[in-house]
Design a protein around this ligand. Sequence first.
Ligand code: FAD
Length: 401
Amino acid sequence: MITDAQTTNFDLTEDQQQIQKTAREFAREQVAPRAQELDEKAEFPEDIFKAMAELGFLGLSIPEDAGGSGFDTLSFILVVEELSKVCGSTGLGYAAHISLGVTPIHLFGTAAQREKYVPQLCKGVDDSGNLTLGCFGLTEPGAGSDAGGTKTRAERKGDHWLVNGRKAWITNPHYSKTCIFTAKTNMNPKDGKGITAFIAELDTPGFKVEAKENKLGMRSSDTAQLVFEDMKLPLDAVAGGQEQVDVGFAKFMKTLAGGRISIGALALGIAAGAYEKALEYARQRKQFNKPIGTFQGVSFMLADMAMEIEAARHLVYHAARLRDAGRDFALAGSMAKLYASEVAMKTCTNAIQVLGGVGYTREYDVERMMRDAKLCEIGEGTSEVQRLVISRQILGDLRGA
Ligand SMILES: Cc1cc2nc3c(=O)[nH]c(=O)nc-3n(C[C@H](O)[C@H](O)[C@H](O)COP(=O)(O)OP(=O)(O)OC[C@H]3O[C@@H](n4cnc5c(N)ncnc54)[C@H](O)[C@@H]3O)c2cc1C
């Protein structure tokens, strides 16, 4: 079996190794035993998120002086990877909370907004014991890959904004207290897209969360539409303050760039989890009086999985380290997300192949992992959109000519 010592030494710091160990034990002991049942029932694991809140995971990569746990991006990525090895849904809900729910408010909010929302989001649970996750509303029924095609409108009416519209495919809303979302505020903008980012509390009158979507995979993650019907927001609900009116779209794109690293980690974790299952099975299962791992057709599939997962890990950790170093990580993040997602899909499909008939049943985790992996090629920008982002960067000069 491939061991940590045989793979690249990623030179993790002591803090990163400690977080990885804690997350690995937590995932194996508390998440893995429940993953199949939660998937079957499409049930959100509230208690698992509450236990993660106690571990300080829900504000992991937010600085301590802002109310978080003060770890770096790579530490957060290691936690997403470990959770996703055993349960993609838990990995997705966790990644979305930190990358999309908390981080944009921490990075782009005014001082007052950061103080008001970030500590509670990092704590993750209120005094009544309810989860207080964050969610991010960009996608709409008619605006997916073309996220700038937002139809949700926010009109300034004297001392408040009046919001009407709908957001689709939003992660975590039933367990969130706060939502950061986009709305069109200027139909004829001189600069930018005339889109503004707002922060709203989910109990605001006129804010409704619809029923959970019935999905192929990531079934125990919470995905739903948000509806805004004459929702009144105060003027200071504009994320980043009044100067950000009409120009909030760029901040959302920056948030997505960071979020892509965590979807890369989600995909990496799912791939690694499926590979471990396939490896174990190839050692035990005998046909023709030999372990199936002795057949070249099977061992070569495992060799490809090991190599591709290793390459995905390099890309994902590299993107996280660029972010931690304060360097531009947008291209690296897109490459990491795209590559790791496609590795996850291929690894899971081949893991089912290695397990044969039993791999095709709900008793073995690999079919769940394959259904979960598919989301990674869609969420936070589809694989086609990642290729657009990458090609725009590498052909920038040509396109501008
Ligand atoms: C489980 C789940 C969780 C999600 N969580 C969130 C969330 O928390 N917040 C949020 O805002 N959104 C979220 N999303 C939405 C997600 O980001 C979108 O689904 C995604 O961006 C694709 O948009 P779409 O589904 O409308 O597909 P479309 O944009 O309609 O794309 C359909 C197909 O057309 C292709 N396509 C579109 N444009 C181009 C182009 N220019 N060139 C080539 N191909 C193209 C796409 O690649 C895809 O294959 C989530 C989605 C899912 C499924």
